[in-house]
Design a protein around this ligand. Structure first.
Ligand SMILES: Cc1cc2nc3c(=O)[nH]c(=O)nc-3n(C[C@H](O)[C@H](O)[C@H](O)COP(=O)(O)O)c2cc1C
Length: 193
């Protein structure tokens, strides 16, 4: 059995591109899983041909930088365009999960994940969280720990604003994203049984 997982995301300046790549890498590492990438910014209306890829996906992983304490406007455009799918509950019972990247360690990015989760619930999807213990929260912890942002409802990463997506976010966040992608793929396999 082959499962399709769509990573649907936006990145304005390349940091979230780097995270999306790692989420996709993790999901694709699971046997029998195929990953497709969908650029949320290309979906501007319910008639967008990109929707066909999402309609046939078994799971969707949403991703956006946190801009002004919420998902980027380009991602919101996709969310609103999906309202025709919502009307028919076309995505009901598909798995959903989310990731976000911001400049500050906190940066209010919890709000972005809550937006994603609410969006998924409106579509009657099944939410999958990060599934990792918080890192860097004790005397022997470090910035190299997985889940150094201490997230639970989704994957959080932090990228220094003066560095490009080639180096920021750091490797610990990238590996957090790989493990997150693999978790969603494993969950999709179990859910599909
Ligand atoms: C319009 C705008 C709003 C932003 N708002 C926040 C914010 O609320 N919190 C934060 O920590 N960083 C904020 N940032 C920084 C971005 O989250 C950060 O640079 C991120 O890495 C950008 O991701 P991208 O390269 O995928 O676009 C903002 C950046 C922009 C351009």
């Amino acid at each position: 059995m082959s499962l399709n997982i769509a990573v649907v995301y936006h990145s304005g300046y390349g940091h979230t591109d780097a995270v999306a790549e790692k989420v996709a890498e993790g999901a694709a590492s699971v046997d029998g899983v195929e990953v497709i990438i969908v650029k949320a910014g290309e979906i501007t209306s319910p008639e967008s041909p990109e929707f066909a890829k999402l309609d046939s996906a078994d799971a969707m992983i949403f991703g956006s930088p946190t801009y002004m304490g919420s998902a980027a406007a380009a991602f919101k455009g996709f969310m609103e365009a999906s309202s025709t799918r919502w009307m028919e509950q076309q995505w009901a019972n598909k798995l959903a999960a989310g990731f976000t990247n911001s400049g500050s360690m906190n940066g209010d990015k919890q709000n972005t994940l809550v937006e994603f989760m609410t969006f998924a619930m409106q579509h009657s999807m099944i939410w999958v969280g990060l599934g990792q213990m918080p890192g860097n929260n004790h005397s022997e912890g470090s910035e190299s720990d997985l889940n150094r942002c201490g997230a639970s409802i989704g994957c959080m990463t932090q990228a220094n604003v003066d560095q490009g997506g080639d180096v920021a976010p750091p490797d610990s966040d990238r590996q957090t994203a790989v493990a997150f992608g693999a978790r969603v793929a494993e969950a999709a396999k179990r859910w599909g049984q």
